[in-house]
Each structure stands twice: as C-alpha cells, then as structure tokens.
Design a protein around this ligand. Sequence first.
Ligand code: LMR
Length: 327
Amino acid sequence: MRLLTAAVASLALMVGAQTASAAPVEIKFSHVVAENTPKGQMAIKFKELVDERLAGKVEVKVFPSSQLFGDNKVLEAMLLGDVQMAAPSLSKFQKYTKSLQVFDLPFLFKDMDAVERFQKGPEGQKLLGALQKKGLVGLGYLHNGMKQLSASAPLKVPADASGKKFRIMTSDVLQAQFEAVDAVPLKKPFSEVFTLLQTRAIDGQENTWSNIFSKKFFEVQPYITESNHGVLDYLIVTSAEFWMGLDDDLRTEISAALNDAIAYGNQIAAQKAESDKQAIIDSKRSEVVNLSDAERAQWVTAMKPVWKQFEDEIGADVISAAEASNQ
Ligand code: LMR
C-alpha cells in the first residue's frame, strides 16, 4: 500500500513538473495597420490582458504593419498554422465566403451605430460562422469606421471620379462600386497604397480617417471627400484546428480577454474617427471636401444599383437585415 502511495505521489510529481515546464501556447497575431489605430491598439490590449491573466499559459506576439503577412496571404498562412490570429477587414474574405460582402455595399449603413446594431443582431451573429466550412472561426467584429474618398483632385459629384484610378481592397463589391461611377478600381495590398499615391500611379483611394492619418495618405492626397459611403470593420479570425485544439477552460479565458480587448478597440475607433480627422484638418496638408445633400444624393443614385448586382451572392435577407439596422 505504502509502495503504491509512493508510486502515485512520484507520478503526480512528474506530471506536475511536466505541466510546469510545458511551453505556453503561442498566439501570433498578424495585422497590416500601424499600432496607433483601433486594430493596433486592440491587439496590444489583447496581449496585455493575456499577459496579466494567463501568464505562463498563453503568449501573444503581435506583428503590426504587414511585418509578418499582408492581408492577402494571412488566411492561407493561418490554415497552415503559421499564424494563429488576424483581423482582416471584412472586405478581404470573398475567397472564403460571399456573405460578408454585405459590409461592402455602398451607402448601406448610415453610421457606426447601425453597423453595431447589425453585427449584434441575429444576422450579424450568424455571419461570424460564415467561414466555418473553410476551417476558419470568426471570433468577433472590431470597428474601424466609415470610409472617406481621398484623391488628387476634389471629388464633389460622381463625374469627378470618372476615369480616375482608385486603389481598392480585394473585393468585387468595391470594384463594382467604383465602376458604377466610371472610375478604374485596382485591387492592391494596403502596404502598397502610400507609394502608389505618392508616385501618382493611382489617383485616389477609400479609407477611414484613422488609416488615412496613420499611414500618412493625407500627406500625398490633397483632397478628402467626407462621403461616409461605406464601412471598414474587421473580423477577428483564427483557425478551427488551433481553436478547437485548446482546452475548454483556456479557450474560454482567451475569448474573455479578446472580448475585453475588442470593447477597448471599439472605444479607440470612435475616438480616432474624430481626432484623426481633426489632426488631418489641422495639418493643412489636405482639404476636407463636404458634400451638399444634392451632391451626396448623386453618389447614392450612381452606386446603389450595386446592391442588386450582389443580392444573390449575399442574400436578400441579409441585405434587408442590414438596412433595417438603420432605424
Ligand atoms: C485596407 O486594406 O485599406 C484596410 O483593410 C487596412 C486595415 O486593415 O484597416
């Protein structure tokens, strides 16, 4: 009996020693924007919370500014296990699902409150699972903000965009949106945008105040039309293989840290939409062009037919639910 007790005790010691020396689970978090952005700040907060709450069990390593992967490569890398988390914009998933394209439809959401209501509602929550068949898990949405149009000449009415080259994210909806105003859309990675603008290889681009500010696009784009014509938000993703391979308790704790970091990132997003716009105005490097109601109505009329074009791919019910979130 005594022998048995001793054997059990030494086995327990061995297991204990093994657990103590087990390497922490590593989460490489790759993204493409600067650290002083909603996504950059959210990722840092996530790392801090994990360090605080799960020291020794989980280690988060954040790679900003496309240091590890650009958005066009990161999902493939994730499926290969080379990176565990990323937060590409919702416009960058069309290879994996068509339904998330709803977020790209021009003039669908009237403001970020509407986006938030849609994401929290049943259709928005269902879309988190849209990547399941492809081996990816949507862990949550993160806000950036409404998009504006920057260009080398003022854009007041759709005719001003005609024939001009605009950089877009890898989205067929965004392509159709610019084609609807006879512009020339070019799908390019975020990391190349500044140089394309600086060298005048392209005339303009669409992005949020925080991306236009943090990547200095305003220094090489003399005009920014405050169009609020679309939304740029993110989906935080991981691979099903990594996620389901975690212990239940650990998964719950990582989720909780992530949700707290998302709440923090969303606050930063709301602040930066104001403060980065103001910083651009104060810099006097770029003029903010405001649209009259009549001018804005022209953009809406030109671009809104894109909804119909993508209705079958996205689902009429999803589009209706998104539209209803404006009320
Ligand atoms: C872009 O490519 O313009 C954005 O998706 C960058 C980002 O992640 O905010």
